[in-house]
Design a protein around this ligand. Structure first.
Ligand code: G1P
Length: 305
């Protein structure tokens, strides 16, 4: 297949309409994307990641109960004036950060009909260019440049690019799983097929799609024709599988860096602890406390001494 003429990727789409059932009851009234990881919402890390990769135009696909997200990325003049009056420069800068990091737009999904359907709501915003999709549950450590690498692969090879992680046979049924061409380089592979959340014994490999995509705009036409798949939802994975069958290039970047799945309660706790302990401001005190706390935990050995 011919590669498409190079069009730079400038836009990012972040679906935020999911109900967050794994975090009930917290998410009954607070969007899961606004749950704090240390002192900033999980979603802010995602928007910052997009901006760092040069994607300054961000569209959030929202739904019912997500108005707090719009407030978060909007200005808050009363709060800013109050902080200015107090001379609290630090907090004022923190409040500004979320409004200045990117140009954030919103569209409503209306009905929860799946990730593919959510992405389709971005068609008018994206137009005829490749675009990135970032899923809010995955935080990629700012020191690892996954999205930048994916954009470079897309610019070189055309078509679409997804981020992959080997999650092992025991976890593959929670993800989109891919089949890859043998003999690629270690971290960039050609994808020959994909299937959404297969049982382990039917999975084409243990390589899972994690929440980063750089997609060719052709995916929109395919999504319009994609029937509901697994779970009765319109699956992005199914649309990408169709692109592959049509012969459109699809590559995977195999990620080996630090990823935090903040949609999972245990991983969320790990993310908070790790990121807090690495912070310049909180880290020294927090690490000292943590070391003592761990030493006192029953069963760690240290407490038996
Ligand atoms: C979605 C995608 C799946 C992908 C996963 C990554 O599933 O449908 O292909 O592997 O995100 O997090 P979800 O987690 O929304 O069920």
């Amino acid at each position: 297949m011919p590669t498409q003429s190079p069009r730079p990727t400038r836009k990012a789409v972040i679906p935020v309409a999911g109900m967050g059932t794994r975090f009930l009851p917290a998410t009954k009234a607070v969007p899961k994307e606004l749950l704090p990881v240390v002192d900033r919402p999980a979603l802010q890390y995602i928007v910052e990641e997009a901006a760092r990769a040069g994607l300054g135009e961000v569209l959030m696909v929202t739904g019912r109960g997500k108005a707090g997200i719009e407030d978060f990325f909007d200005r808050h003049p009363e709060l800013e004036t109050a902080l200015e009056k107090k001379g609290d420069e630090g907090r004022l800068a923190a409040v500004h950060e979320s409004t200045e990091v990117a140009q954030v737009h919103f569209v409503r999904q209306g009905e929860a009909r799946g990730l593919g359907h959510a992405v389709l709501q971005a068609a008018a915003f994206v137009g005829d260019e490749p675009f990135a999709v970032l899923l809010g549950d995955d935080i990629i450590d700012a020191r690892d440049h996954l999205l930048e690498q994916m954009l470079a692969v897309q610019a070189e090879k055309g078509g679409s690019v997804v981020a992959l992680l080997d999650v092992g046979a025991e976890n593959i049924d929670k993800y989109g799983a891919v089949a890859v061409e043998p003999g690629g380089s270690e971290d960039v592979v050609a994808i020959t097929g994909m299937v959404e959340k297969p049982p382990a014994d039917e999975a084409p490999s243990t390589l899972a799609i994690i929440g980063r995509y750089v997609l060719a705009p052709e995916v929109f036409d395919v999504l319009r024709e994609t029937p509901p798949g697994r779970g009765g939802e319109i699956q992005l994975t199914d649309a990408m599988a169709t692109l592959i069958e049509r012969g459109d290039p699809m590559h995977g970047v195999v990620f080996s860096g630090r990823r935090y799945d903040t949609g999972d309660r245990l991983d969320y706790l790990k993310a908070v602890v790790r990121l807090a302990s690495e912070r310049e401001d909180l880290g020294p005190d927090f690490r000292a406390w943590l070391a003592e706390f761990v030493a006192d935990l029953p069963g760690t050995g240290a407490s038996q001494a």
